[in-house]
Ligand binder design. Sequence first.
Ligand code: FAD
Length: 457
Amino acid sequence: YVSVVLFTADLRLHDHPPLRAALDGPGAVVPLFVRDRGVADAGFAAANRLAFLADCLRDLDAGLRERGGRLVVRSGDVVEEVCRVAGEADADEVHMAADASGYARRREQRLRRALEAAGRRLHVHETVTTAVAPGAVTPASSDHFAVFTPYFRQWSGQPLRDVLRAPRSVRVPPGIGSEELPSRAALPGISPGLAEGGERAGRKRLAAWLRSGLAGYADRHDDLAGDATSRLSPHLHFGTLSPVELVHRARRAGGPGAEAFVRQVAWRDFHRQVLAARPGAAGADYRTRHDRWRSERTAREDIEAWREGRTGYPVIDAAMRQLRHEGWMHNRARLLTASFLAKTLYVDWRVGARHFLELLVDGDLASNQLNWQWVAGTGTDTRPNRVLNPVAQAGRHDPDGRYVRRWVPELSGVPGGAVHEPWKLTGPDRAGVGAYPDPVVGLAEGLARFKRARSRG
Ligand code: FAD
């Protein structure tokens, strides 16, 4: 009896229901990862994520080898490759995790049909990539929640399954060929400050977070310079950490920090249940406000300035440069930069979402597209016309300007909060800011344009 375990966005050995189900069977297991051609064809294979993925695959293979097994890696169309490997191993069944996107669900359906035609079964497991499955809680009148607070209330009341231990041993049948594992060293265009991938790195970060970050999270999560969030997002995206385990362990730690943190993890599930019910929301407005956005063609220079971190608004520029340097950005900074593009510059949110997906190591269809829509006011936000003022926000979340000075060296000589409004500097202070640009647009002007646009709708 042979089972194939198809790893997708769940690159771990701890708390892995598909692997556990396969190992509970009587025979051998083929742990398989397919480098999906469809993901690359869809333009979703960004350098930072490929590099993080390479770390994850190497670590998964190492973990399997310690247990007597190994990882089989193939490339191509997932359905064809899984069927091929299942044929080579004469497998009876395939186990995999459920995923929310339209692409993942179509892939699952195709796989099920192809396997069944060959007399094999497909088992799809929930609560591998989410803590609570999409669709497990629904409001009375719809197939999904469009507002977070009532969703969270029900989400919090859901019983969580127990955390599964990593297996002690894995027996892989002989003779199944594998490609060489990818390596980040061979990949061009990676952000210099990119975090390390893999389950081991994820578990180390989680342990450190529970020990010394979680307790202060409620008070400090918006402090840009303090960098006091978990940075677990890439591990959640690639599934090197399990959301179920994360919630269990945070709840066990307890306190206001844990409560606030668990709420954020629920936001991740929330967006997934929206995407599962409305797959089109990855590209089209979830709720139209009849925007006639400025586009790549009509706002080219503003978009370039935003992408490159030279809008003349220091907190925006700091954040955009952090994104390029680390492949990651603080949540508050994501809110500010997204609001600035979509509302102050009135550029189509899809232009910004695409740029984020090109760089973010945690770049994720559900979280990215739906957070962008939330900010643009076309998503699930209940205040669609709110505009974040980058200067006021910088004063609140980077009061002494440390975050800006870290990322914008042109302003490193400007002390304190004055760094947020370099256009107000005079005399020698002004001369000190050198090549730092003037604002691309006045805030009042941007706000007026946005209000006009939305009142037209
Ligand atoms: P923490 O504050 O430690 O939160 C813990 C975890 O909760 C995160 O790792 C993440 O998995 C989840 N989480 C927190 N906030 C959110 C949220 N608003 N929506 C969904 N999940 C959340 N997150 C992504 O994982 N991938 C993306 O592509 C992504 N794009 C975004 C785009 C925009 C415009 C905005 C405003 C937010 C985006 N987020 C995205 C959400 C959030 O900014 C990141 O999850 C967070 O900054 C990651 O840092 P952290 O792990 O330190 O978060």
